[in-house]
Design a protein around this ligand. Sequence first.
Ligand code: ATP
Ligand code: MG
Length: 363
Amino acid sequence: MSDNKKKIILTGDRPTGRLHVGHYVGSLRRRVELQSDEAVSDMYIMIADAQALTDNFKNPEKVRENIMNVALDYLSAGLDPERCSILIQSQVPELTELTFYYMNLVTVSRLQRNPTVKSEIQMRNFETSIPVGFFCYPISQAADITAFQATHVPVGEDQKPMLEQTREIVREFNSTYGKTLTEPEIMLPEAAACLRLPGTDGKAKMSKSLGNCIYLSDEPDDIRKRVMSMFTDPGHLKKTDPGKTEGNPVFIYLDAFCSDEHFAEFCPEYANLEEMKAHYRRGGLGDVKVKKFLINVLLSTLEPIRNKRKEFEKDLPFVYEVLKKGTEAARECAAKTLSAVKRSMKIDYFEDDSWIRSCRQIN
Ligand code: ATP
Ligand code: MG
């Protein structure tokens, strides 16, 4: 049993592709740190296949294949199955049942106003025909979070409206049926650059669905090509021109990834990023040099992850066991919450003697 004062973590990813560096700085890196935080009692990491199916329902093969990809990325990035439960969402039917009951607590207009739903509908060209399942996924996300009585949810900034919607559902449930569910808090990355890492194409968000990613498992040559083709400041045409660092994707990536140690190792003429930025701003520092530094930073960050992945790829039965055990542990926890929810809603007929007594009174 978890100590009530301790943190319970729930977060996850859609198995729509391999994980990218946006996932890493937005949430994955934080999860790995939380594993050794004494204040954390339980951590559940969910591979959200049911959610991925809401906009990939015609392509279940894609979702199926990517479950293993995401699991491999988790383990290679340092998630330790001894310290967290990695689960497959669709294999915890309690989550679907909770979703169904929470649907009564949310209005259609509230879902329509959810900014994440709005932008994702636009991104997928769903404006004229939104599948009901996709439209309702904020509700299923509330089920995922509350099923584990999560207190903290480490995610990127795009998930803020989702968390707000979950908190509303929890408040509505607790005030209607009595205090049963825990209201979760969002845990955003500390550095502004990590809140929503842009794509290599300069688009606002690196996203599997937009194909503008550097994947955790990319080979060094792919990383080099991706970085060399990145946008920088369009006004910085010649090396001698003064350049902008703000809003410049290459510098945003450096903000997210580099440390002073990286400078000592790869670019000792600057002590830190501030010095490099200052040089770029006054002119005299070329994009190629900055990009080469970024390539070195990314290569050194991603190399251990890529190497570990190659090891795990040789032992897929181990990964299978991790998923199976993690899902079993998750089911046990979700079942407890579902029972509590049904008890609060008074739909626990076969566990409640007073129900049969009240039926007799009717006759
Ligand atoms: P899809 O395109 O299928 O929606 P995605 O790339 O947006 O995929 P998700 O699985 O939706 O990835 O997101 C998983 C987690 O990673 C969420 O917590 C999300 O906030 C975070 N995340 C995703 N992309 C970024 C990003 N570019 N920057 C920071 N965090 C991100
Ligand atoms: Mg997404």
